[in-house]
Ligand binder design. Sequence first.
Ligand SMILES: C[C@H](O)[C@H](O)[C@@H](O)C(=O)CO
Ligand code: MN
Length: 413
Amino acid sequence: MSYQSAKDAFAEWGVDTEAAMEALARIPISVHCWQGDDVVGFEGQSGASGGGIQATGNHPGRARTPDELRADLEFAYSMIPGKHRLNLHAFYMDTEETPDRDEIEYRHFAPWVDWAREQGIGLDFNPTFFAHTKADDNLTLSHPDKGIRDFWIEHGKRSREIAAKMGKELGTAAVNNIWVPDGSKDIPVDRMAARQRLEASLDQMLAPAHDAAHLRDAVESKLFGIGVEAMTVGSHEFYLGYAIRKGTLLCLDMGHFHPTENIADKLSSVALSVDELLLHVSRPMRWDSDHVILLDDAIRGMAQELVFADLLGRTHIGLDFFDATISRTAAWVIGVRNMQKALLEALLMPQARLKEAEAALDFTTRFMLTEELKDMPFSTVWAEFCARNERPCGKRLIDELAGYQTRVADRGR
Ligand SMILES: C[C@H](O)[C@H](O)[C@@H](O)C(=O)CO
Ligand SMILES: [Mn+2]
């Protein structure tokens, strides 16, 4: 089908494909650096603690240096329509020095900022509270030992300073997302004490004021991780309350809830109480919270809520998955494009008509519309969007992805 025919078909439904593509072009996705190297980082001083997360697989081509990671990212961005961001973790510093986590400074990340400026992209940031000997108890900010808590508070403060400077340098606020793995393998007897310690540590970490034009802090909850099956200190309820009371962003990771929960359903609820949201778009499967996202109902539902509830202006969309059994660059590219496709589909829906039917309790019309809409030529509009952005689709995309993977395969595993 030609684009003109698709445009006419959507126009019959009262939908303007040009407006939808313009809106999509304005939505940046924060691409997570850690898919490129299986969450290993560049510190070379990791402890045994994986923080309850694990990349599995042994596909060749893992990025082993900042230069390799940047080359992979440049390739990935060249396959993704639009301008996006990079989400950097603190243990991806680029320096010959070996600062411990409580010693990191902006200069250890300056090469990333220079590169981001060249690429014309913004940066987001995350303190790294895992893969370190001082996290081996699976406790950091809530550790009973004050010395360990202080170490991680300092790490968190420095991360915020670094993120704020990144935001200032690049002229776009960096979202600094705080996720700690703290929890208990077996049933604890003093949950309150652990949560009080986490709250007090967060308060200290977040006390230094930074310009909101440079830095936005987010807090991320989790249901459970490997080794912390009985209790996660930073649960959803903990951080929902914290974000509301303290004015931080709330991060919803789609892999951090019970598998039967609908994360899209949470957006409108929490958005009534917090100003801004951060999403970690992910796909949980059994024990894992981080499979590469598909263009499935969960992602479509999320995109539809963002568009229909008018939340795009106050939601930062980040991705969070890591799969080492497939090409890492293909995982990035297909994952980001899936998020964009879901957003485009939502933008191409006759929102007013659907809402009108629902408000009139005309559920038959809502049902007929949503089902018939599924036959609309979304893929033709997506292909047009890719073509206008000089990005390949279909077989050409697959050939490009396979070609790049072949070129990096000799890096070893
Ligand atoms: C590496 C990330 O910080 C991590 O995935 C975190 O966001 C998370 O989701 C942990 O399960
Ligand atoms: Mn996450």
